[in-house]
Design a binder for this molecule. Structure first.
Ligand SMILES: [Zn+2]
Length: 312
């Protein structure tokens, strides 16, 4: 399985359009030791021909153009075609699903989501009907947390990628009405994904983790690569920088630092290669000259950048 990290920032990207935090200011001034990043987006493939997106970020158009494998191939018989076979959606956040709207040009696609996430997207947001204008355009498949499901191309062809979603967060996005919320299953709100490669190797993709449980630790010890929530360095990061707002915890993210942070809690993991992803523009570890960056690297973690890829 090939894994491509097309984007590695949290919602808003880095720099973020309305942010003048020390990181965003320094980056715009050309004085930042570190890289700009687009909003988190992954693509995986077992055969290098057919690709599945994990999430569908608002930056997807530029991310596709920056990735030759995801661009249409020379084909005299079909001008309109894409190597993108579908997308697995792990929550209904705008920065995780907006990109679907960018794929609306009548391309057959498979979409995988929990029943709750599918209902929010396709029943409550009428714009997404653009993806279902003709038969066979977007085919939804529901998955249930903990149960294994296969990724199939719209033609029904088996990608030989096997997935299992883990229930992580219970909060639906703020735009979901209270009426709709009352009809949904909270365990279907925000998920992480375990992907089994045909090679026997295993990937964990966990962009939003509110709490590290013993069950999660056990799962993480069974994977070869862990892509983990690196949104915030500290729990009060946004409140300190903005002067108001929510804690990382309230937003569904365990912070990287502190005794209860992911750096400390995941130090015991021996097996996986550990990579932080979904990094907010305020996070000091983005600055490669910072002590926070050094601390993370010294602990054996990597910090994802756009364009990274690896084989599993
Ligand atoms: Zn910023």
């Amino acid at each position: 399985m090939q894994v491509k990290i097309l984007g590695s920032a949290a919602g808003g990207g880095f720099p973020q359009w309305n942010c003048a935090c020390p990181n965003c200011r320094a980056l715009r001034a050309g004085k930042f030791r570190g890289k700009a990043r687009t909003q988190t987006q992954l693509a995986i493939s077992a055969d290098s021909t057919s690709w599945f997106l994990l999430g569908a970020s608002p930056d997807l158009r530029a991310q596709i153009e920056a990735t030759p494998e995801l661009c249409p191939r020379n084909n005299e018989n079909a001008t309109r075609q894409s190597p993108i076979a579908g997308a697995v959606l792990l929550n209904a956040d705008i920065d995780h699903v907006f990109g679907l709207l960018l794929l609306r040009e009548l391309q057959p696609l498979s979409a995988y989501a929990t029943e709750s996430v599918r209902r929010i997207i396709s029943e409550d947001n009428s714009m997404f009907a653009m993806l279902q204008r003709v038969p066979g355009q977007l085919t939804w498949t529901n998955f249930t947390p903990r149960k294994t499901f296969r990724l199939l191309a719209p033609s029904g062809e088996n990608s030989s990628l096997h997935c299992r979603a883990l229930s992580l967060g219970t909060h639906f996005p703020a735009y979901v009405s209270s009426q709709r919320r009352s009809e949904l299953a909270s365990g279907e709100a925000s998920l992480g994904l375990i992907v089994d490669s045909p090679s026997g190797k295993r990937l964990a993709y966990m962009p939003a983790v509110p709490k590290i449980t013993d069950e999660l630790l056990k799962e993480f010890n069974s994977v070869d690569v862990l892509l983990f929530d690196g949104t915030f360095w500290s729990d009060d990061e946004l409140m300190r920088i903005q002067g108001s707002g929510q804690t990382a915890q309230q937003m569904g993210h365990v912070a990287v630092s502190s005794p209860t942070g992911s750096l400390a809690q995941l130090a015991q993991l021996k097996r996986p290669r550990k990579i932080y992803i979904h990094i907010n523009n305020t996070n000091p570890m983005l600055n490669e000259a910072s002590p926070e960056h050094r601390q993370v690297r010294d602990a054996g973690w990597e910090i994802a950048e756009d364009g990274w890829q690896f084989d599993l």
